[in-house]
Design a protein around this ligand. Structure first.
Ligand SMILES: [Zn+2]
Length: 287
């Protein structure tokens, strides 16, 4: 199974268009590498590719990735569909850039499918897509020999969902993608509210994890108020990952405030010391 990190920043990207913080300014000045918003591509056979989330940057992300080039027919694309982890705008609005694609299949938990109903009605007018519940019992199989299991990892709905439609505990999921031919498996969880036994279960038999690196510590997470688990600290993901020593661990979805964006920051030491990685947009690897 091949995995490509198309984008590695949290919502807004890095730098954020309207932010003058020191890190964003450094990226704008070319002193730090810019990053597009979180999105991953995965394939089991190098012909059928699946996107994990569809960021507003997906058009440039696909264009920058040789394996995702259209062809051989004039409207052929190797992109078969999208697996959404949540309904946040920076993960879902990229679907509009894919409008008109034939036979696209989109998987998401039910509350996410419901929240996206207006957008789905628009997109289906360009080409009818298939929309499926990613938390359906038994998981699901993707073209190219991949089998997927989803588990809830957060209950916070996006801000645009009216309070009357919010009650549900499955707004955010993690995906475990396994290559049926090789047995290689990776877990994708870019937004984690709390480390749960379900996440441990997914990681138990995984080779690699691409995880929520939004906030470096609890103070950053508290300031943002998005209810996401920080990287460091006693309740952070780095400590939880210690229970899975054989799993390659990669942080993504980096917020523009995260000092890990700077390769020379002292913040990198505890992360790399624990064997975790921060990779660039476009990084590819085999699982
Ligand atoms: Zn900033």
């Amino acid at each position: 199974m091949r995995v490509v990190l198309l984008g590695t920043a949290a919502g807004g990207g890095f730098p954020q268009w309207n932010c003058a913080c020191a890190l964003c300014a450094a990226a704008r000045d070319g002193k730090l590498p810019s990053r597009t918003q979180d999105c991953v591509a995965v394939t089991g056979n190098a012909r059928d590719w699946w996107l994990l989330n569809a960021s507003p940057d997906v058009r440039v992300q696909v264009a920058a990735t040789t394996a995702l080039r259209p062809g051989p027919g004039p409207r052929d694309t190797p992109v078969r569909g999208v697996l959404l982890t949540d309904a946040e705008p920076h993960h879902a609005t990229g679907l509009t850039a894919l409008r008109g694609a034939a036979d696209l299949k989109v998987y998401a938990p039910r509350p996410v499918l419901a929240a996206l109903a207006p957008a789905r009605a628009v997109l289906d007018r360009y080409a009818p897509w298939q929309w499926a519940d990613s938390l359906a019992d038994g998981g699901f199989v993707l073209a190219g020999g991949l089998v997927v299991t989803a588990r809830p990892v957060g209950d916070r709905p996006p801000a645009y969902v009216p309070p009357s439609r919010r009650p549900d505990d499955r707004w955010t999921v993690a995906y475990r993608v396994e290559d049926l031919a090789t047995g290689g498996a990776f877990v994708y969880a870019p937004r984690v509210a709390a480390w749960t036994p379900a996440l441990d279960d997914l990681l138990e038999t995984a080779d690699c994890a691409v995880l929520d690196g939004t906030f470096f510590d609890a103070d950053d997470a508290d300031d943002a108020g998005t209810g996401q688990l920080p990287v460091t600290g006693p309740g952070g993901s780095l400590a939880a990952l210690a229970r899975h020593p054989g799993v390659r661990r990669i942080y993504t979805h980096l917020d523009h405030t995260n000092p890990l964006l700077d390769p020379d920051s002292t913040a990198r030491a505890p992360v790399s010391g624990a064997g975790a990685e921060v990779l660039m947009d476009g990084a590819g690897f085999v699982v």
